[in-house]
Design a protein around this ligand. Sequence first.
Ligand code: BGC
Length: 734
Amino acid sequence: MRDFRASCAWVIPCLALAGVARVAGSSVEPATDPDRRAAAVEARLTDSERFQLLHGIMALPPGPNDQWSLPPGLKITAGYVQGVARLGIPDLMETDASLGVVNPLQLRPDDVATALPSGLAIASTFDADLAYLGGATIGAEARAKGFNVMLAGGVNLARDPRNGRNFEYLGEDPLLAGTLDGSAIAGIQSQGVVSTMKHFALNDQETLRATIDARIDRSALRESDLLAFELALARGRPGSVMCAYNRVNGEYSCGNEWLLNRVLKGDWGYPGWVMSDWGAVHDASDFSKGLDQESGSQLDSKVWFDAPLRAELTAGRITKAQLSAAVRRILRSLYAVGADRAPEEGPIDYGAHAKVAQRLAEEGIVLLKNRGALPLPKDAHSILIVGGHADVGVLSGGGSSQVTPYGGKSVVIPVGAPGEIGAIVRALYMPSPPLAALQAALPQATVEFQSGYDVATAAAAAARVDAVVVFATQWQNEGYDHASMDLPEGQDALIEALAGVNRKLIVVLETGNPVKMPWIDGVDAVLEAWYPGERGGSAIADVLTGAANPSGRLPMSFPVNESQLPRPAVPGLGLPQGSPATVDYAEGSDVGYRWYAKRRSTPLFPFGFGLSYTTFDVSGLRVSVKPGAQWGLTARFAVKNTGQRAGTAVPQVYLVSRSGVPTLRLAGFMRVPLGPGESRNAEVTIDPHLLGRWDEERNGWRIDAGRYGFALGTSAADLGERSTAVLAAARIRP
Ligand code: BGC
């Protein structure tokens, strides 16, 4: 057996392979002392230039009733802040977002970009190195397209499986989400592009997002959503943070003194700048509460950070020192990241980047059930593909994060919706049709397609073939939640009808969230492919045929139905935009698997779950205090591939008790690739934040002396061997 530790060593060669040359050639040379440089440059600005840096616009063409116009020649994009040329301060050219460089509403003619799979797919890889590589890939593209700020880095926890934006985020667990988000941010910033951790905080549902008050106990917030942000911040050091639309415990996030000044800038010592979400500023006084910059200012009722903020200065309600500090934060991030060099447009190796998108999609696909239909046998003669527009492509999520993909013409189905973002409500199919990919991968078989539009016709065709692969889609879009976890448009009935006529029925889900599966007992196999990005069809075909062995694990629990959720209905759903509403996060830090464990209820599929075409044995857990450290812990164990194929195990270590009191929290995880019969010793380090409790009175993390119990598992609901470690009392500053 050889020793195996998670390592970033392969990232640099991989980046070079992926055509991300900038890191390999290291042309990004962040300033050694960004604070000093920022102070020196800031001191030379006039007040007027200072205010100019504190507000920006949404750089989209005005509508017929709009009163504003864009500076001539400005590139269409999500955000623009004018720089100060005389001091070499570049314009901030801001682009969405986490899944690739967005071309808003395809208003930049013919401008395509690499479209990574959704955030949930990325999270399912449990692979921080790959998340970094994805970040570096889209960061390199942003720079080559002339952007120096990416609005990428969404890390809101998935508290509700109906949230229309979960697909952009990284699941329900703070360690997994924080680790992968921090890695993606670091990857983007390795390319000299600022990344933006968002939406700070508790923007955990889209319904009434501009008015809703998210209520939660402060300690519980520190141990859940804020923990994800805290871990991502420590790992990724994002140059900017975007505050959210919603209120948190009564105050709007972008004017929330406690969140911005106390937690982010105070407790966490965050040195970068806070930008608002687009249309999330409500008053010039938000500035003294910790907001540094107003984004997309046309969407606010006034350009608050221009004349009204100047008036605040004149009236002495803000000081010159505060004004300078906000500007210094922006400059220091540009210098720290190397984003002060005016972005120069350059060539992009889309072919190499597509390989990164495909790898993320393959590693992110989760095999949920397999009675033996998969991998598809090489000698199958006839296979029927049904539904999901599998003949044209794979679905993506809608909204500001939607990328216009490289690789062919995408099909866009307008969906339409009320409200100010109705125009971006549409379902885009990425040009990677699973049908063509399967036909290419199975040349000996007849692979035919039925749309599934008429259930009886599809069932008649399904009765005559060796195997049926039905694609089921659940489209989701920023700004809207779903009322239920149902697959829409009668797809459950389609699956049931097909299951009734062919026992070899494989369901491939392309969803933005967990869905209900009333047909689960009648189908042979289920694959969760999420929104798999621009190479999704090829990735799905590789997994279905066994060219790739599935290794994704669920970053969210799949409940049986809505009655298992903390809130059976989405608060405020159906009320007109602008209505006041409250969401009470009474479950506190018991998000996802912690909630099911506490309620002793069994979800359909647990967090961390995923099957492989091989089998693994994980054993020999030993948790010990790191030599010389009071509370730093290491978990060691062995992993063996007990099957016939190469595959990747994803062992997980959970904290299960503190001094005999049961709890459940993911404390460590890693991917271990293994050949058939191969064994490895593995080791993960446990971050002390995951062991302690937040002490609101003392404003810090507290680890009580005692015996801490850990379990080695393959999911949050399949916990095997136990080990304990005795810890001395300790306090950790936030
Ligand atoms: C979204 C942000 C996005 C911004 C700019 C907002 O509606 O919430 O995530 O970055 O628009 O497009």
